[in-house]
Ligand binder design. Structure first.
Ligand SMILES: Cc1ncc(COP(=O)(O)O)c(C=O)c1O
Length: 484
């Protein structure tokens, strides 16, 4: 029983919660159950993967990850676990439960991250004859998808938050302006939230899309938790998007590379098209470990303990934001529409990269990312209040110290408006040459240049290279351009 004792008495709320939890039917996770069964009833295997439940691996590796993990490292098609393409058996059941949890018409499990989900969406729903409207802060996988499909890209530029050197929200009025002026656009693709948690008005954008009869995809890669707590923003699935992508491995508790792609109840998209595209783009050997981790993550977030974890993450974020106010040199990014679990902050006198270095080396803390401007901290379902207390005390100490100034690394977000002179796909496949980056000003890029994380592009095939791009090309000596 949880220890909340007031005046030597366990509170009524705690007793009630524990009794309810005890009698609550365990949240069903069919794929996790099928995997347990697979593990308990091993057969003699003459099939892929050749390590045969861990027997054929380097001993150091098996002791690193454990025979338990290796014994369930398998792909679909075997032992009644079901198949992914087409979805059958326990995999299909798990996908159906996920779609019900999100109120989606259909949910697909994806083991190549949201990267594959985005590629599949572009492949399924755009063609070389289409025009699409894309938020400039999209992940590079959206662009790779459009290089594959050949669709013509129109950009909508998000608000630029220059004080923080990050992109902000996309205005519904900007989307409307673009759709009004170009009636050929058939699809709008927005990233919300941004990496730093800024949420766009998806309801407003969906209404505009409906008015102009165009489809709306929302890359909600960083917002998969929203569905499970009313204190977080509403998911785009509820607000009128036709398709939504969730990187469940980012914050949802699934294993790395595990994502979900949802088709909403009233979507204009045909399910068959995305089923087909995923089948063509997805690996033919999906990891059952990853698929089961998606089933487990969904079941966890629906369970009482998962709900507590998420509530804890929100409370920790609020606690941190509140405590941070008392540290003079510490500034935490706030916005009208924000996922508060993403905490972007800066410390006066230190670049984000320096702050990241200090936290790592002096305090053994790893943060999500750092730019010249600030660092991004995530309040996750796996973090404890003690960790946040430690973190805030570290910032208190750092704010009182003097650090020697270091050179900046130029890892800041690109806020340059693109000058497009060629179609993305045409430019990507055009004859090219490598030239010194300093000679490239005025030439047409044929490379996708994107800083990772968060994978937002600075320069794309078909865009003019400008002087302002050079600071962002610090890791390049030569750059690929269209041959003249
Ligand atoms: C907005 C956005 N979409 C898609 C992706 C790709 O996700 P994944 O790493 O799951 O392939 C990312 C990755 O950072 C992202 O930030």
């Amino acid at each position: 029983m949880t220890n909340i004792i007031e005046n030597n008495k366990v509170s009524f709320a705690t007793i009630k919660e524990n009794i309810i939890e005890k009698f609550e039917k365990k949240t069903s996770a069919p794929l996790v159950e099928a995997m347990l069964n697979y593990k308990k009833n091993p057969m003699t295997g003459f099939h892929i993967p050749g390590h045969n439940r861990g027997l054929g691996v380097l001993p150091e590796f098996s002791s690193l990850i454990g025979l338990d993990v290796l014994s369930i490292d398998t792909t679909d098609e075997f032992d009644n676990l079901g198949t992914l393409h087409p979805a059958t058996g326990a995999i299909e059941k798990a996908q159906i439960l996920a779609s019900q949890a999100f109120g989606a018409r259909k949910t697909y499990f994806v083991t190549g991250g949201s990267t594959i989900a985005n590629l599949a969406l572009a492949f399924a729903f755009t063609s070389p004859f289409d025009e699409v409207l894309i938020g400039r802060n999209c992940h590079r996988s959206v662009l790779t998808g459009l290089i594959i499909s050949g669709a013509k890209v129109n950009w909508v530029i998000p608000k630029k938050l220059n004080d923080w050197a990050i992109f902000g929200n996309i205005e519904a009025s900007d989307v409307e302006e673009k759709l009004k002026n170009n009636r050929n656009i058939k699809l709008v693709w927005i990233t919300s939230p941004t990496y730093e948690g800024v949420v766009s008005d998806i309801k407003g954008i969906a209404e505009v899309c409906k008015h102009y009869k165009v489809a709306l995809i929302v890359d909600e890669a960083h917002g998969c938790l929203w569905n499970f707590n009313s204190k977080l923003p509403k998911t785009a699935l509820e607000l009128g998007a036709d398709a939504v992508v969730h990187s469940f491995h980012k914050t949802g508790g699934a294993m790395t590379q595990s994502s979900m792609l949802h088709i909403s109840k009233n979507s204009k998209f045909e399910d068959e098209k995305i089923t087909h595209a995923l089948k063509l783009l997805h690996t033919t050997s999906p990891s059952l470990l990853l698929l089961a981790s998606l089933d487990a993550a969904r079941a966890n977030l629906q369970s009482q303990s998962g709900k507590k974890m998420l509530d804890g993450a929100i409370q920790n974020a609020l606690y941190f934001r509140d405590e941070a106010k008392s540290i003079n040199k510490l500034h935490v990014f706030e916005d009208k529409n924000l996922d508060i679990t993403k905490i972007f902050l800066k410390m006066e006198g230190l670049s984000g990269v320096e702050l990241e270095y200090i936290l790592e080396h002096d305090y053994k803390i790893e943060v999500e990312s750092a730019s010249d401007e600030g660092i991004l901290i995530l309040s996750n379902i796996g973090n404890t209040r003690e960790e946040f207390e430690y973190l805030i005390n570290c910032f208190r100490e750092i704010s009182k110290k003097e650090y020697p100034k270091k050179e900046l690394n130029n890892k800041i977000m690109p806020l340059i408006d693109p000058e497009i002179v060629m179609n993305l796909r045409e430019a990507y496949f055009a004859p090219k040459e490598y030239i010194n980056k300093n000679d490239a000003i005025g030439r047409i890029s044929s490379e996708v240049v994107a800083l990772c994380p968060p994978g937002i592009s600075i320069l794309l095939p078909g865009e003019i290279i400008k002087k302002e791009h050079l600071p962002y090309l610090f890791s390049y000596e030569k750059i690929e351009v269209i041959r003249e």
